[in-house]
Design a protein around this ligand. Structure first.
Ligand SMILES: *[C@@H]1O[C@H](CO)[C@@H](O)[C@H](O)[C@H]1NC(C)=O
Ligand SMILES: *[C@@H]1O[C@H](CO)[C@@H](O)[C@H](O)[C@H]1NC(C)=O
Ligand SMILES: *[C@@H]1O[C@H](CO)[C@@H](O)[C@H](O)[C@H]1NC(C)=O
Ligand SMILES: *[C@@H]1O[C@H](CO)[C@@H](O)[C@H](O)[C@H]1NC(C)=O
Length: 179
């Protein structure tokens, strides 16, 4: 039943453009388990690094470095595709959204403005060498109604039809038990 509501949410997103103000929820917890840079294109990037580490008993935080060979400015696009773990593998899940990174940042989607708290990142437009640290996303700024489960999120960084790099984030979505 949740899946049905979720599908209508996604259809809305895809047909009407992203309404980022809908990225609000207080229903589930989103907890990162690990993350890494799946690959990057050496034509456009010097390197991409993501280092997950346990920062307390429940949370994994991320440090990262992005070194661009090209000037992406405010035009870097991020496409996020969800995969859900079922029958022993991560399977394509019908939740995907994309927009310019700077738009996500401005709207504070997933609490991206926390990236300002640690490292040299100062916001948009993006500069060629970026570091961030101790980043934990804010689950209250995620899309609503995603079913509980184990997920992989692939974040594709795109610039004028080229894929610069792909990050993988493994995370759990859980809900408090109803008594
Ligand atoms: C772990 O750290 C996060 C972020 O600082 C905090 O929100 C959370 O409450 C902490 N959890 C525990 C169990 O200390
Ligand atoms: C963006 O989200 C983070 C995490 O929830 C919050 O700490 C910060 O205050 C927000 N920034 C603004 C401008 O609302
Ligand atoms: C960014 O980092 C690369 C690799 O370390 C370096 O070659 C380049 O000079 C740096 N660019 C800037 C603008 O600092
Ligand atoms: C993450 O970055 C912080 C701040 O630079 C640093 O103190 C910490 O050692 C880093 N952690 C890991 C696991 O690299």
């Amino acid at each position: 039943m949740n899946v049905f509501v979720l599908s209508s949410f996604i259809v809305t997103v895809l047909t009407q453009g992203l309404d980022l103000s809908k990225f609000r929820q207080h229903d589930y917890q989103f907890i990162i388990e690990r993350a890494d840079a799946l690959h990057y294109d050496k034509r456009y990037m010097n390197y991409v690094k993501v280092i997950p580490f346990k920062c307390n008993r429940t949370n994994v935080a991320l440090n990262g470095t992005f070194s661009f060979k090209i000037n992406v400015g405010s035009e870097l696009v991020v496409m996020v595709q969800f995969y859900r773990f079922a029958s022993n593998e991560y399977r394509l899940f019908p939740l995907r959204f994309q927009d310019k990174f700077c738009k996500f940042f401005e709207e504070n989607v997933t609490g991206f403005q926390r990236l300002l708290n640690c490292g040299n990142f100062v916001g948009c437009p993006l500069v060629s060498n970026i570091t961030f640290c101790n980043f934990i996303p804010d689950e209250s700024k995620f899309p609503p109604l995603i079913p509980s489960g184990s997920y992989r999120l692939n974040l594709h960084a795109l610039y004028s039809n080229n894929e610069l790099f792909v990050l993988e984030v493994y995370a759990k979505i859980t809900r408090p038990e109803v008594k």
